[in-house]
Design a protein around this ligand. Structure first.
Ligand code: C5P
Length: 236
């Protein structure tokens, strides 16, 4: 089945500090979104990329994609305006998905440096029959569940410490059999932070494949420093 990728890029990036929408900020001179699009188009399996732009930024994203045309790539591109939440943005992207795509990836624009081998591993696992696949890594930190405080910075009571050996931090692209992802987005209305979480709520199996350190999410200012260092190292 042909593979399409939806890239939600409509977030403001508040945690990154003031400035342009996160996906449009530059990493070594090139917008983060362009790096993310190239990372997905680098897979020879991906034949369509649907970019979900900031609600008022679809025209700007279209011209960015034209300006950074991918030499020799046979990948098609679509741009649609996004929504209020990541979930809504993904749903708007899926509404533009043509019927022939049987495998769908959802990839954060905020993970611009994901290696093509990770993308291909996710695709392969879906093609091998898994309805939902997430790249995952063991967390470096011990993770605690707390009772969140009302004011930021106030002490928070610790509720539990899940056994670290059983935890995984998950990344994107997350890969899905088309029907599974569409059904999840049609039926699950709870707030979730990833698409696989919606599939879990349907009671369907989700499996992991090994993630990659370089698929980290650019969220805070230090992540920009790290991303630019990774890019500089790749050019060597
Ligand atoms: O919020 P977070 O940093 O986890 O966002 C992950 C991805 O979801 C980013 O690529 C962001 O642009 C996207 N997003 C979106 N629409 C929103 C909020 C986030 O497309 N309303």
């Amino acid at each position: 089945a042909p593979v399409a990728a939806v890239i939600p890029a409509a977030g403001r990036g508040v945690r990154l500090g003031p400035g342009a929408p996160k996906a449009l900020r530059a990493l070594n001179g090139t917008p983060m979104l362009i790096h993310a699009v190239r990372a997905l188009a680098a897979s020879r399996h991906v034949s369509l990329v649907i970019v979900v732009a900031p609600p008022d930024g679809a025209a700007e994203v279209k011209s960015l994609l034209d300006a950074h045309e991918l030499p020799g790539s046979s990948t098609d591109f679509l741009v649609v305006p996004g929504g209020e939440s990541r979930q809504e943005s993904v749903r708007l992207g899926l509404a533009a998905l043509p019927p022939e795509y049987g495998v769908v990836l959802v990839h954060d624009a905020a993970r611009p440096l994901v290696p093509v081998d990770t993308v291909d591993a996710v695709i392969e696992a879906v093609r091998d029959g898994a309805p939902a696949v997430v790249p995952a890594l063991p967390p470096a930190d011990t993770v605690k569940e707390v009772e969140p405080a009302a004011e930021p910075g106030a002490p928070e009571p610790v509720v539990a410490t899940p056994e670290r050996a059983r935890l995984r931090a998950v990344q994107t692209p997350q890969g899905f059999d088309r029907a599974t992802l569409l059904r999840a987005h049609e039926t699950v209305t709870d707030d979730v932070t990833d698409d696989a979480g919606m599939v879990e709520k349907l009671g369907l199996p989700v499996v992991t494949v090994p993630g990659h350190e370089e698929a980290f999410k650019v969220t805070r200012p230090l992540d920009l420093v790290l991303a630019e260092a990774v890019l500089a190292r790749r050019r060597l």
